[in-house]
Design a protein around this ligand. Structure first.
Ligand SMILES: *[C@@H]1O[C@H](CO)[C@@H](O)[C@H](O)[C@H]1NC(C)=O
Ligand SMILES: *[C@@H]1O[C@H](CO)[C@@H](O)[C@H](O)[C@H]1NC(C)=O
Ligand SMILES: *[C@@H]1O[C@H](CO)[C@@H](O)[C@H](O)[C@H]1NC(C)=O
Length: 396
């Protein structure tokens, strides 16, 4: 308790030193954000478009800090990564809001599709060319449950992100007509990565006495049915290719190793068991959803499986630091978030964890390869993303 208060105090002190963190958006849900709101950290993305036409016209990203590409730069929240050393190994070597030293999985997947890095919705000026290859709505701290993560400040929840996509679709319809807009959307990939904050910032904190009211199993069922509703909403507005990412083994994250007093880096099984169960329930839900909609291409990628493979075979992948974060403070560097370059290791590429909760760019690259085509280990059911976007006939 004392430590938690101390940590919160440190957050408050640091954030009050950081002038940008008080900036609140005027109109969160409006498409046209005034240019003056763009933070200086919104550096233009390097655009690596392949010669060939893209395999998918666009990608739309919904989720939390695992895929946030800058949304929270515009929100009043402690969950922000718009300062160094975040982004130091990114293409621009600048912080962008990504919770990583480099790229997040959706960056690697955009390159695979042959489209530019997908920009954050709140950073858009409203220009069509900025959103034609997709939009990223993901917001750090967001969960499936609206109030998950609220103690960190503002975020855009799962349901709100879907609403924002509906607004984007309206823009497409107005600008290019209904037929072109619906065709664009139904050929695009939707990437969903959400749910971890419903544990980190809700269930494990016992918000509203939730641990007494729900066993993990029924909590999982509740989350999965809420995600199902969200996907059905997306389906109703023409989404036809959906990749759902499962949850990572946060029981092995430096923050929980520290918090639960792990002696030699053993993962917190009690937390990992909940995550495993969530992934199981989600995978089953998605299988059912696919059976109910013959024209829906949907797959579940079990990031837990892929991450455990990396943890177990870390030497083969070139990682020799597996329990300690590159950037942080305290045992396993799990006590407080990464706040300044001095807190970071010099070489993140041999680390699995970048900060107390998030993996390094090197891990994201491996996971993205697995999602794309199972390069290192198969973890997507029933299909990899490549199979979703490339017609079978074209490949043979
Ligand atoms: C959760 O909180 C309630 C009170 O809000 C408390 O009675 C209960 O013991 C807590 N459960 C756990 C597992 O900590
Ligand atoms: C990991 O490997 C690097 C480079 O080979 C080395 O400098 C570092 O000391 C190693 N760290 C650990 C914890 O073994
Ligand atoms: C999934 O996508 C592939 C490639 O576009 C296509 O061949 C297949 O028919 C789709 N399946 C469904 C169920 O829509």
């Amino acid at each position: 308790m004392v430590v938690t208060i101390l940590v919160s105090l440190i957050y408050v002190v640091i954030s009050s030193l950081c002038p940008e963190s008080g900036a609140l958006p005027q109109e969160l849900y409006s498409i046209s954000i005034s240019p003056s709101m763009s933070p200086s950290s919104a550096t233009p993305m390097p655009v690596t478009i392949q010669e060939n036409p893209p395999l998918s016209p666009a990608m739309f990203v919904i989720g939390d800090s695992s895929v946030d590409a800058g949304t929270n730069n515009f929100l009043g929240t402690f969950a922000r990564a718009n300062h160094l050393p975040y982004g130091r190994d990114f293409d621009t070597h600048q912080p962008t809001g990504r919770f990583c030293n480099g790229r997040i999985p959706v960056d690697y997947l955009a390159l695979r599709l042959g489209i530019p890095f997908v920009p954050s919705y709140l950073g858009l000026t409203g220009a069509m060319e900025d959103m034609i290859h997709g939009v990223n709505y993901a917001s750090a701290g967001a969960g499936v449950i609206f109030s998950s993560g609220s103690e960190l400040g503002q975020h855009i929840s799962f349901t709100q992100q879907i609403q924002q996509f509906a607004d984007t679709l309206q823009q497409f319809i107005i600008r290019m007509g209904e037929a072109a807009a619906t065709s664009l959307v139904s050929n695009s990939v939707f990437y969903i990565s959400i749910g971890i904050n419903d544990y980190i910032h809700y269930y494990l904190l016992n918000v509203s006495n939730v641990e007494n009211l729900f066993l993990p199993w029924s909590f999982n069922q509740f989350l999965a049915s809420s995600v199902r509703q969200g996907i059905k909403h997306l389906y109703n507005i023409y989404a036809r290719k959906v990749v759902v990412s499962g949850l990572a083994p946060i029981g092995c994250a430096p923050n929980y190793l520290w918090l639960y007093g792990s002696e030699n880096g053993e993962c917190v099984e009690q937390i990992n068991d909940m995550v495993r169960e969530f992934n199981f329930v989600m995978r089953y839900m998605i299988k059912k959803l696919a059976e109910e909609h013959s024209d829906l291409n949907i797959t579940f990628c079990d990031v837990f499986e892929g991450s455990m493979d990396i943890l177990k075979n870390h030497e083969r992948y070139g990682f020799n630091v597996t329990t300690e974060a590159c950037c942080g403070f305290g045992k396993y560097k799990g006590l407080i978030i990464c706040l300044s370059p001095e807190m970071a290791c010099t070489d993140a590429s041999n680390h699995i964890w970048w900060d107390q909760f998030h993996p390094t760019d090197a891990v994201n690259a491996i996971l993205a390869d697995n999602i794309w085509n199972g390069l290192h280990t198969n973890m997507c059911y029933p299909m990899n993303m490549e199979d979703m976007v490339i017609q079978k006939a074209e490949r043979s």
